[in-house]
Design a protein around this ligand. Structure first.
Ligand code: EPZ
Length: 417
């Protein structure tokens, strides 16, 4: 397994091109199932998870052609309605195939995704929603077997604003008979992206970005072309990198309107952030200040940036309380940061960081996607050398991270195991 070797201390100065959003690209590939026509996607990021979704679709007999950041997907016919365990296990977001398959083929057999490092990740809200739309769901031998002669629009009241749950149900409802209302829908920009995409295919979804979605089912959807939005979590990660290394970065293509909670929090921590040349300029001139943060569904502070902020707070000089309200076990990076000398105490859903102004490089291990990003950030600012193992976690969600960082001055190498 590859490792990342980082010698800390370099200030990151220059420009970083932000790629297409992983958490928008994944559902858009699945939404291609909703029509027999070809779908063209642009600004597709080069990520392991995208490779996995391509494998999943090809496995079902769907035509997927990839040329750099462009993809052509055409689900003219389906060889199977099954998403096998070995693929679902590597990427939980495979569950997003359920909604489109129910709408298109009225049947789906999808392996239960199981948990992951950050939590049990149940999908009960997805399944309850499909049942409300008229699907029969059976769980047998680790598989979800869903069938629906017909999907009929109804009102679905989500107890939690689940992101992929909202996307899954939106895709199923797009071809249901009648109108579906989703209350307490997720409002993440990636959810809006999926809704915009379906509308571009001839769908009729309104209320995108609000808590109430109204989806009028249509008889059929047609092909379209679409350019995927920039990845706001990748942008947030490089913003934190600029702050931690006392650098000055221009994040090309990043959209500030998707990052208000992150920008507000990083300004509170002492950073200067403003829009420039169609991107975001981020730098710091004074000290890093300790700030408290609480992760919340959008538009609150994103859970996907919690680990990165925690790494930054280790370099402040004061107390910072970071509360994780979205997932039950998203502090796996704490023990690794402590190996680098961090003073962090976890009390239930909160981590109390006593910033010491510095960390020392050490061998550490990545456990999940955003935890691995926080370890890279810590290594960039630490004294000495940091060696990060199991870096395949990073490759799931960050395109060519070491190249992008080296281009702005980082001393970072990927070592093939
Ligand atoms: C999406 O995961 C993202 N993944 C995650 O990004 C992100 O952290 C998360 O939303 C929250 O923003 C993709 O979009 C592919 P949820 P998702 O359903 O949809 C509970 C990354 O780093 N819940 O909004 O799985 C759940 O346990 C990844 O890119 C239920 O209880 O998240 C969690 O506590 C990590 N039952 C909370 O809701 C359900 O049926 C939010 O989960 C569904 C969810």
């Amino acid at each position: 397994m590859d490792k990342m070797i980082i010698r800390g201390g370099a200030r990151l100065i220059g420009e970083v091109q932000i790629g297409g959003a992983k958490n928008a690209a994944l559902p858009l590939f699945m939404a291609a199932l909703l029509t027999r026509d070809p779908i063209r996607l642009r600004n597709v990021p080069a990520l392991r998870d995208i490779n996995t979704v391509e494998k999943l679709l090809r496995n079902m007999g769907i035509r997927v052609e990839r040329k750099g950041a462009e993809a052509l997907v055409q689900a003219e016919s389906l060889d199977t309605i099954e998403a096998p365990y070995d693929l679902v296990r590597t990427m939980r977001a495979s569950i997003l195939v359920l909604g489109p398959l129910l709408a298109r083929a009225h049947e789906a057999k999808v392996s239960l995704p199981g948990g992951c490092a950050i939590g049990t990740r149940p999908i009960n809200l997805h399944l309850d929603g499909f049942q409300a739309l008229g699907a029969e769901i059976e769980l047998e031998h680790g598989y979800i077997h869903a069938r629906a002669e017909k999907l009929v629009g109804t009102t679905i009241d989500l107890p939690l604003p689940t992101v992929t749950g909202t996307e899954n149900l939106m895709m199923a409802a797009a071809l249901a008979e009648g109108t579906t209302v989703i209350e307490n829908a997720a409002r993440e920009p990636e959810v809006v992206e999926v809704g915009n995409f379906i509308n571009r295919m001839g769908g009729r979804i309104s209320g995108l970005g609000t808590k109430t979605l109204v989806i009028e089912g249509v008889g059929a959807l047609h092909g379209t072309e679409y350019t995927i939005m920039p990845d706001r979590v990748e942008a947030a990660t490089y913003m934190v990198a600029a702050g931690m290394t006392r650098g000055n970065l221009l994040l090309r293509g990043a959209r500030a309107e998707h990052l208000t909670a992150v920008i507000d929090k990083l300004r509170e921590a002492g950073m200067e952030i403003h829009q420039e040349n169609g991107g975001i300029r981020c730098l710091i001139t004074g000290p890093i200040k300790s700030v408290d943060a609480k992760t919340l569904p959008y538009p609150g502070f994103p859970t996907d940036v919690q680990a990165q902020l925690m790494a930054m707070m280790c370099f402040a000089n004061g107390l910072s309380v970071i509360s994780e309200t979205v997932f039950e076990n998203r502090f796996m990076h704490v023990s690794e940061l402590k190996r680098m000398g961090a003073d962090i105490q976890v009390e239930g859903h909160s981590a109390i960081v006593r910033g010491l102004g510095e960390l020392s490089g050490a061998p550490v291990m990545a456990t999940d996607l955003r935890a691995s990003a926080s370890l890279v950030l810590a290594g960039l600012a630490a004294n000495g050398t940091t060696e990060i193992s199991r870096i395949y976690h990073l490759d799931r969600g960050y395109e060519r991270m070491e190249e992008k960082l080296r281009a702005v001055g980082a001393d970072i190498q990927r070592v093939k195991a």
